[in-house]
Design a protein around this ligand. Structure first.
Ligand SMILES: [Zn+2]
Ligand SMILES: [Zn+2]
Length: 412
């Protein structure tokens, strides 16, 4: 089996892993890399593929799939929840690209997304699929609802994790190791460990209480897919006037449409009932007078969060609570570094209290080591990471460790 990363091996973003077996090509992920104000980036061009397997909907894994479909009319394999959420993100990417003048660079349109739906083949955890002389088996990957990893069975067995979380969260159960010969594993958090999860959750609840009790508003910018719903579950028992705004509202609907992908649908429905969705501008005015607002975008680069920031910017009693990763050059990073944000209308200073919480949905350094050990592989291929050397150091001696660069061929 010949493997080549077309992107995303040595960075987080634009992931694509090409697999060739018996003269047939299949792809695992075909993602985008989106950096504020810059044109979207893609994996390298692909040769003709028969099918593409998506682990989960996040754009760094799925965002360029409509391009593959447009070029090769290939089949698209993932589960129903992933397909629903991914198409929401595809349509949103088209909208954003148009607004920024990058629609030509994005290279797909609404009709390509419709074609992606036509080529969609539902493939979910526990199922097996024959393709390219191989057998593919889907397994739960933790991370976010619907995330699945793929076991590739040929002359030997290879596990491709996509994004991986091994700890139980409110939304999903952690992934369990699968015995394999070759383990292709993400290493986003190589070299770093998360603080204990229950502690972080308790701290978030406590800090929200403090902000509301002193008369402020807790503004919690969140990614629409996964993080928003996790935070809703953590805060659902607070007795406050709480709101959700942005694209995450639609994702909430998809989660209740596909209850089997959630750890506890009852809890999630209860959380959903506790948060008022903002659907009109008058509701947004009410939300501004609310006590807790969970809203997109997670890195403050657009979306309704900017309205709430502008509204509360001079209220020192209010707080901005960052619960996700803030990339270089993002507005969230600017807020952390300089206490200000940039909007299309101009920049402004934010005088609210600023707090950060680690609610990551990725396995950390120690959890990755434990997962690898549980899989008993001979070879470990590290990908989706800018720090993978730090994990490799702890693996060498026990395993054959590969750190391929994108564009490099190797055999498994
Ligand atoms: Zn992800
Ligand atoms: Zn990812």
């Amino acid at each position: 089996m010949k493997i080549k990363f077309l992107g995303g091996a040595e960075i987080v973003g634009k992931l694509g892993m090409l697999v060739e077996n018996q003269g047939v090509n299949i792809m695992f992920e075909y993602g985008l890399r989106l950096i504020k104000k810059e044109p979207p980036e893609f994996p390298m061009p692909s040769p003709e593929v028969e099918g593409v397997f998506i682990t989960h909907s996040h754009l760094d894994h799925s965002g360029a799939v409509p391009r593959l479909v447009q070029q090769f009319d290939c089949d698209v394999y993932c589960n129903d929840l992933t397909m629903d959420v991914a198409s929401l993100l595809f349509f949103d990417s088209i909208k954003i690209a148009k607004a920024q003048g990058y629609d030509g660079i994005l290279g797909y349109t609404d009709s390509d997304v419709k074609r992606t739906w036509q080529n969609y083949r539902s493939f979910t955890m526990g199922e097996t699929l024959p393709i390219a002389g191989l057998e593919i088996v889907a397994h739960p990957a933790g991370h976010i609802p619907g995330a699945q990893m793929y076991e590739i069975k040929g002359h030997n067995t290879t596990l491709f994790t996509g994004d991986l979380h091994t700890e139980n969260t409110r939304l999903t159960y952690g992934a369990r190791p699968i015995q394999c010969d070759n383990l292709v594993i993400e290493a986003t958090y190589a070299g770093r460990n998360h603080p204990p999860r229950p502690k972080t959750e308790a701290l978030l609840v406590q800090r929200v209480r403090e902000v509301v009790e002193r008369g402020g508003t807790a503004i919690i910018p969140c990614f629409a897919v996964g993080r928003m719903q996790e935070v809703m579950l953590i805060l659902k028992d607070l007795p406050y006037d709480m709101w959700v705004d942005g694209m995450g509202k639609t994702v909430n609907g998809y989660y209740t449409d596909h209850p089997d992908f959630l750890r506890n649908i009852k809890e999630f429905k209860a959380a959903k009932r506790r948060f008022n969705p903002v659907r009109t501008s008058s509701a947004r005015d009410k939300a501004k007078r609310g006590q807790v607002i969970i809203t997109t975008s997670g890195m403050l680069d657009g979306g309704p969060v900017l309205h709430y920031l502008e509204d509360q910017k001079d209220n020192a009693k209010s707080a901005v609570m960052l619960v996700g990763y803030q990339a270089e050059n993002s507005n969230g990073r600017l807020l952390l570094d300089k206490g200000m944000v940039e909007t299309p209308k101009g920049a402004f200073k934010v005088n609210c209290e600023l707090m950060t919480f680690d609610l990551s949905a990725h396995a950390d350094h120690d959890e990755l080591l434990q997962f690898i050990e549980g899989c008993h592989p001979q070879k470990v291929v590290l990908m989706h990471s800018e720090h993978r050397e730090e994990l490799a150091q702890d693996l060498e001696g026990d395993y054959e460790v590969l750190m391929p660069m994108s564009g490099e061929d190797f055999e498994l």
